[in-house]
Design a protein around this ligand. Structure first.
Ligand code: ADP
Length: 398
């Protein structure tokens, strides 16, 4: 039987959605509500391939969800709301509680709420999104899909920080990682493209978007990942610094007369590409500035490429070799220069890419040469599809 399933990503003032026809996995529509809570909020929805946009006041997430459901009817995307048999929600922080997606009940809500402390910008917004759909579609199952659950297979030596042990026991300070849904999806696609079970492969996945993380995967499970307690750890990103000596925080607090929260905010929002280049947080702007001779734009990119290569080198040792490297997300899928510059730094591992094959954007393709010791793939990620599949699996929709 064919059913409709909604994948939702609720932020503090936004709500992104994608409606799937399952099990065919076709996208029926998608869109976003932004600036929720403001007078000039807007709502976009794709109708027959075209984006329709309305600017209007939207009081809260409940209003946004009702507007979306009304639009599905008025635009003849569904005949009746009862055609929607399940809703899947992306959740940033599942902490130590969730190593898989789950069907929402009171206990799940209580745990996501408890974890708000670790994801203060995201988890409260996700809960608002879940409640809005529960109210609007009573009786329809809601499923939560956690960015962190794929990383729960890390061993203690990978997820622990070398800090006073009580901080871990009392405050749960450890690595949780992020982008797990994406890492898992592209690793499984990679195995399918190679034609071997994922359990027989050692894969490093590079999710390079505005936020960026790498993952070392063995037996289809995460062995290590570059993001930590929060998405600030790891490689430099659009506006995030990635790893640095924590002493920088207290040093700059003193120099600029700021508190630690303010400095960490700057490491999250004013660093990375933007901080080093002074140009932009967008890789396209940096590549254009660099081509026009801007050395700081070049440097911002080079720092990131070097750190990506550093991680891949360390994962080569951790995994005892690598069968395949996968590039995904905005930059990984669309920047031939990024892939070329990272692979160039991995020469000692015998990785080679075909420059012509690499010169593509957003295609699922093998770009390494036949004699490369490691296969290199571009695999566009699809987190919403994973969410829709998990709804089918966990809500037992046949
Ligand atoms: P997020 O989902 O984390 O917000 P994305 O995965 O959309 O981020 O990635 C955003 C990044 O992808 C930006 O730096 C942007 O420049 C880059 N990107 C998107 N399209 C292209 C492109 N065609 N060429 C180069 N970079 C691109």
């Amino acid at each position: 039987m064919s059913v409709k399933v909604m994948a939702v990503n609720a932020g503090s003032s936004s709500l992104k959605f994608k409606l799937f026809e399952m099990p065919a996995e076709t996208v029926i529509t998608d869109g976003v509500v932004e600036r929720i809570g403001l007078e000039d909020a807007y709502f976009t929805i794709r109708v027959n391939g075209e984006k329709k946009k309305q600017v209007l006041p939207i009081k809260d997430h409940g209003v946004a969800v009702q507007m979306l459901l009304d639009a599905l009817i008025s635009e003849h995307i569904v005949n009746d709301i009862s055609e929607i048999k399940g809703v899947g929600h992306r959740i940033v922080q599942g902490g130590w509680y969730f190593d898989d997606s789950v069907l929402v009940d009171d206990e799940v809500i209580r745990k996501i709420d408890e974890l708000c402390d670790l994801a203060p910008l995201h988890n409260p917004a996700h809960l608002i999104g879940i409640r809005a759909f529960m109210n609007a579609l009573p009786g329809v199952p809601n499923i939560t899909v956690f960015d962190t659950s794929f990383h729960q297979s890390m061993s203690e030596e990978s997820f622990m920080y070398a800090i006073p042990y009580e901080w871990y026991e009392k405050y749960h300070i450890r690595k949780y990682g992020a982008h797990g849904t994406s890492h898992k999806y592209v690793a499984n696609r990679c195995a399918a493209l190679i034609g071997k079970p994922v359990e027989e492969l050692k894969i490093v996945t590079c999710h390079l978007g505005n936020g960026a993380s790498l993952c070392a995967i063995e037996n289809g499970l995460c062995k290590d990942t570059s993001m930590g307690l929060t998405p600030l750890e790891g490689i430099p990103m659009g506006t995030r610094s990635g790893n640095l000596d924590p002493t920088v925080v207290s040093y700059i607090c003193n120099k600029l007369n700021l508190n630690a929260t303010e400095v960490v905010n700057m490491l999250n929002k004013k660093s990375g590409y933007l901080g080093v280049s002074g140009v932009s947080n967008d890789s396209r702007d940096l590549e254009a500035a660099m081509a026009a001779g801007n050395d700081r734009a070049r440097l911002a990119l080079d720092i990131q490429y070097k750190r990506i290569a550093d991680y891949i080198g360390s994962y080569y040792v951790l995994l005892g070799g690598i069968d395949a490297i996968v590039f995904t997300a905005g930059i990984g899928e669309n920047s031939p220069r990024c892939r070329q510059q990272v692979v160039r730094r991995l020469g000692v591992l015998g990785v080679k890419i075909d420059e012509e094959k690499n010169n593509v954007r957003g295609e699922e393709i093998l770009i390494s040469t036949p004699d490369s010791k490691i296969k290199v793939f571009i695999i566009p990620t699809d987190e919403e599809l994973v969410i829709a599949r998990d709804v089918m699996r966990l809500a037992h929709i046949k």
